[in-house]
Design a protein around this ligand. Structure first.
Ligand code: DGL
Length: 275
């Protein structure tokens, strides 16, 4: 008997998580996807852990209520703050992000790698433990990148202000001989062309969107063994987009980062309230 494709709920503080959603859609054309941009609370990167946990819980509840049978926390900051909590609270599989420390440690020639991320992620226990596990033998630099998330949300991907900020953050890393840069925030893949043009070809830039999507696909195949992607690459899964903040701004970004005809739905007041 054929089962119907399950729904996957995905969220981020804003539209950064679309970089992960994009990789998921490539692998799972039949998946029904619901995306929440918690834009009223963006950025998460400088908020308290308690607040990010609360937002993650409220949004996960909403997504499950909408029929999601799997949740992807498409945000490094929310993963670091809330993924263990979410796994204890909810029964559905919860998949989080993981900065690419392990592949970077395997790739470096100079023995120096650098993680670009939000302040909360750079300070997180999760990143510290990844570093201890996989990169104890090399130097791992961390660079909190205040302001980059806001520039991506403004679709300022290659403006002089963006280049100036990138240069400020990245030049010291290059001077310290970092030869692999890890994009530890799901917003940053949208800045990859700008970053690559700054650092040149010799420096590798890693993000984990594709790896997370492969992990999600494995879980998806357990829930949905009828998947027949081999026979059909046509997208048949539905897509719904929600935001908690400015809908017009969200629609503008969706048109740039996803598809021209996509529209965001403003979430009801209840999801906006946080203590
Ligand atoms: N995309 C989020 C992340 O991966 C951005 C965090 C923020 O809102 O500061 O960390």
């Amino acid at each position: 008997m054929k089962t119907s494709p399950p729904t996957i709920g995905v969220f981020d503080s804003g539209m950064g998580g679309l970089s992960v959603l994009h990789e998921m859609r490539l692998l799972m054309p039949q998946a029904n996807l619901i995306y929440v941009a918690d834009s009223a609370w963006l950025p998460y990167g400088n908020k308290s852990e308690a607040l990010v946990q609360e937002r993650a819980t409220i949004i996960t509840q909403f997504l499950i209520h909408q029929g999601a049978s799997m949740i992807v926390v498409a945000c490094n900051t929310a993963t670091a703050a809330a993924v263990s909590d979410l796994r204890q609270t909810f029964e559905v599989p919860i998949i989080g992000m993981e900065p690419a420390v392990k592949p970077a440690a395997e790739l470096t020639q100079t023995g120096v790698i650098a993680v670009l991320a939000t302040e909360n992620t750079t300070k997180s226990q999760r990143l510290a433990s990844l570093t201890t596990r996989f990169a104890d033998h090399i130097t791992v630099l961390t660079q909190p990148c205040h302001g980059l998330v806001e520039l991506v949300e403004a679709h300022a991907l290659d403006t002089p202000a963006t280049f100036a900020l990138l240069e400020k953050y990245i030049t010291p890393l290059l001077s310290a001989e970092a030869d692999v840069l890890i994009l530890g925030c799901t917003h940053y893949p949208f800045l990859k062309p700008a970053i690559q043009s700054l650092v040149g070809d010799k420096v590798k830039i890693l993000d984990t969107g594709a790896a997370i999507a492969r992990h999600v696909q494995k879980q998806w195949l357990m829930l949905y063994p009828d998947d027949n992607k081999q026979n059909s690459d046509e997208q048949s899964g539905s897509e719904f987009f929600y935001c908690t903040g400015d809908v017009q701004a969200a629609n503008h970004l969706l048109a740039q980062f996803w598809r021209e005809d996509c529209r965001c739905i403003l979430l009801p007041e209840t999801i906006k309230s946080a203590s």
